[in-house]
Design a protein around this ligand. Structure first.
Ligand code: SF4
Length: 234
């Protein structure tokens, strides 16, 4: 029999794993690659009672779980997360729904509260260049903010941490991706590493930007495989 050394997995997440915005269409940031457009494709659930009711319905309808996302405040923290944590905890107690949280920046207390609420997976974007943080996100942060978030989630005992890197986020160019890989390697033990390729979105400042070149993408992915030989890279 032929030896298979490459596995290609493909996932179709909708409708069994919908995306929920905890902030509706609100976000204090105007990141150049998004400009709030990502929020349009999410179901808005900003109030605890409605959140609880909808999640119960999702569970009754056989939904596997959901991505909990939404907009941020000026410091990169997820809007409404703290307010919704008690009902998130309740949902985790009552149902088998798997909750994957776009974590945003997380301090020690929030990390502990996320873990004690029973959230299953923390998805953490990691950016390895202060220039990109300033240019693309324009918020009050540095690469250290990502380091702290990973460390805080690790120390709190987050069951699954899934960092992701957006290749070419800096106007389609490579800038900080290798540093982001180093940060991940040094400060967390990822369950899975996700590499996203920057794709210009209509209605954003970067809509006419070039997409990253195949050779840039392949260089970053190769480096990731070299640095994380035993991890799944998705
Ligand atoms: S913080 Fe998120 S939702 Fe807000 S503009 Fe940036 S990428 Fe879009």
């Amino acid at each position: 029999t032929a030896k298979m050394d490459k596995i290609f997995r493909s996932y179709y997440v909708w409708p069994k794993f919908p995306s929920i915005s905890m902030s509706g269409d609100s976000c204090a940031l105007y990141c150049k690659h998004c400009n709030h457009t990502y929020l349009n494709d999410m179901q808005s659930l900003t109030k605890p009672e409605k959140f609880l009711e909808t999640c119960r319905q999702l569970a009754d309808n056989g939904t596997v779980g959901f991505l909990l996302s939404g907009g941020c405040n000026k410091n990169g923290k997820m809007l409404n997360l703290r307010k919704l944590l008690p009902v998130i905890k309740q949902i985790k107690r009552e149902t088998d729904l798997i909750i994957k949280l776009h974590a945003g920046f997380v301090d020690t207390t929030l990390a502990e509260d996320i873990v004690s609420a029973g959230i299953d997976i923390a998805s953490v974007e990691v950016v390895g260049s202060n220039e990109t943080i300033k240019e693309i996100f324009d918020f009050n942060a540095s690469t250290n903010s990502y380091v702290n978030t990973l460390q805080n989630l690790e120390s709190a005992g987050m069951p699954y941490i899934v960092p992701h890197i957006c290749i070419g986020l800096h106007y389609g160019e490579i800038n900080g991706e290798f540093e982001a890989l180093k940060i991940i390697k040094e400060f967390c033990n990822p369950s899975l590493l996700v590499m996203i390729v920057f794709r210009p979105t209509k209605g954003t400042v970067l809509e006419n930007c070039k997409i990253p070149s195949i050779s840039d993408i392949s260089t970053v992915v190769k480096k990731a495989k070299e640095m994380f030989p035993y991890k799944d890279i998705s």
